[in-house]
Design a protein around this ligand. Sequence first.
Ligand code: ADP
Ligand code: MG
Length: 457
Amino acid sequence: MTKIIDTNQLWQSVLTELELQVSRANFLTWLKNSRLIKKDDDGKVIIGLVNNFAKEWVENKYHKMILEAFHSLDETIKKIDYIVLEGEKKSFEIKTEKKENIATRQTSLPEFKIDPETNLHPRYIFDSFVVGSSNELAYAATSAIVKNVGKKYNPLFIYGGTGLGKTHLIQAAGNEIKSFYKNKIKVKYVPSEKFVNDVVWAIRNKRMDDIKEKYRKVDVLIIDDIQFVGGKERSEEEFFHTFNVLYENNKQIIISSDRPPAAIPTLEERLRSRFEGGMIADITYPDYEMRLAIIKTKLQEKEANLNNEICGLVANKVQRNIREIEGILNKIIFYQEIKKIELTNKIVEEIIDNIIQQSSKNITHNQVIKAVSDFYEITPNELFNRSRKKGIVEPRQITAFLLRDLLDMSYSDIGEKLGKRDHTTAIYAYEKISHEINKNQNLNQKIIMIKEIINKN
Ligand code: ADP
Ligand code: MG
């Protein structure tokens, strides 16, 4: 074996080897700008990596591979240490420290988790909800309920396209009621599929009374995405009864849907006319001013800064989905803060186009599953099976998140696709990732990369 003297050359040879073994996206992110810092006579090498994420990732996933590659080139190498490259490290650590403080401060307060009693997420409040012409009526109706629970608009039916703020608004009502009445009024939020599944479970186990009892104790029932209810006859029947029981007991019901009651084909007539007997308000697309206001609000929440020109650019280009605006901001912030790329208009436009393109593409669930498994270098089967191995939980949750985020798939379908899991697992996974992504750059980065893999295929 010939000994390679030049350490730089040695590392390049190792990289060439690694490039063959890890996926392209992973290689580019974690390994590309790495360096061999030092090689001791006693067989130790020190590898410098671009940031903490890279260090953690490479140590956990590629160490063995790297050691073997070294060994095949230079038998004397026995030990590898990984460090974060200076310069990168400094500014990066200041940032993460700041971020981490915020994160721990937030999570240490109990109100920053989903409340198991109500299922409400404390992040959704009226204060962070921007009101404009597109959601004025929906906002007015929802906020009027707070002081007139069960009396004024019942049921209240809010509808509008994906990512326009329905969940935010109806959960904000729940949170406001909760704090206004100091918990004396019981609120419960359920995605409609959870409600239906509770009902189906009860029918199967002859426990309908339990369900009625459970929901009867609630004063305000918030049912999200009701369009998923229709079709399953027996459960719809029971749903209607439960609904009626609540309604007749003057319980407040708040419903959201992606379309008006008349446009849900599978909805039973009786249910539809009940909904139409209450208050119906829609949310439409926000105008430019409102989009800009939303961008500013989101940046404040994320404690990030972007100049006015970039904000304007985003507001201009993303017109139909506020969730998409958030996704774009997350990506821009990531480029700015972590990759330290100077943001030109051109780069920002590319980021936006990329995300918009993605949402108009017909992505299949198989593409999502394949991208996640490629990224984590596991097999699709490992995603589906029952293993609770630490390394598998995250990819599985990310898959659930992406299936919902990119394909708008129902929770039951997501559960089904992920190895016949319960829909609540899918709900939990989606909720967890969608909240975490806003405060965890590491996770944000992984999701951005996985989306890039999906985009390329
Ligand atoms: P939907 O339930 O209609 O699909 P969401 O309520 O989940 O939409 O909203 C998607 C994202 O956009 C959320 O992060 C939410 O906070 C944000 N959002 C939507 N509308 C507004 C608004 N008017 N002001 C502030 N944020 C908003
Ligand atoms: Mg929603």
